[in-house]
Design a binder for this molecule. Structure first.
Ligand code: C5P
Length: 223
């Protein structure tokens, strides 16, 4: 058996973007690299947890010691999370696409003279909100991320309430910082009663510090 502050705990981490098919060869995606989510999964393993990492398409190697589930779309990600339950902690760092193509083609859409394909969008499930609002087997500690370009704390507080999670890790992704795809991150930890701002750290250090913080929170919830 492993030792460490999260020994005996099951942690589910989502990471990376999702790809939403337009047809078998095309998709809608976003610029998430998965670096922060994967670093969190690694840090949770180092803290002794059993970790299920549910990852969208990324170019990163699978971290050692995790149970990895590779998915493409938001709907596949939700299914994989539900299958991985129960868990003690859910950390949802994936940048899930908000929309998917409702009328995705089963065959490659052909270019026709002058005619443009008509793609209609439909909303994807919100994985964090769905799992946080479950009455059965909701992980007792649910953590979401919020990438904001302005009013970071205010938007994080609104997100905390709307999604029903226990903690939001908010970061400013306005272009100057280069957070998307970059190696460092400046975050604020927002709970219903508290805001804690951390200095700019590498994504590895944010992950380690976050896992330390969550270990203490999980410990506190027990008593
Ligand atoms: O609403 P927004 O995308 O800003 O919320 C971000 C948080 O919600 C992240 O933790 C992300 O993983 C989660 N999320 C989700 N499913 C979605 C959209 C966001 O789990 N469809």
């Amino acid at each position: 058996a492993s030792s460490g502050p999260l020994a005996g705990k099951h942690v589910i981490v989502t990471s990376g973007p999702t790809h939403e098919p337009i047809d078998p060869v095309r998709y809608i995606a976003n610029r998430s690299s998965g670096k922060q989510g994967h670093a969190i999964a690694k840090a949770a393993v180092e803290a002794g947890a059993r970790v299920t990492l549910i990852s969208g398409p990324v170019t990163l190697p699978d971290p050692a010691g995790v149970t990895i589930v590779h998915v493409e779309s938001a709907r596949e990600m939700l299914q994989a999370v539900e299958k991985a339950l129960p868990a003690d902690i859910g950390i949802f760092a994936a940048a899930v696409a908000d929309w998917r193509v409702a009328n995705a083609g089963e065959q490659k859409i052909k270019k026709k003279d002058g005619a443009l394909p008509n793609l209609s969008l439909t909303e994807n499930p919100d994985i964090l909100a769905t799992i946080s609002h479950r009455t059965e087997s909701r992980p007792p500690l649910m953590v979401g991320f919020a990438a904001e370009t302005e009013h970071v704390i205010e938007h994080a507080k609104q997100k905390l309430a709307k999604k029903g999670c226990d903690l939001i890790v908010a970061n400013d992704v306005s272009t100057a910082g280069g957070v998307m795809g970059g190696d460092s991150n400046t975050v604020h930890l927002v709970t219903a009663s508290d805001v804690e701002t951390w200095p700019t750290l590498s994504k590895t250090d944010v992950a380690k510090k976050l896992i330390g913080h969550l270990s203490a929170m999980a410990e506190g919830a027990k008593s």
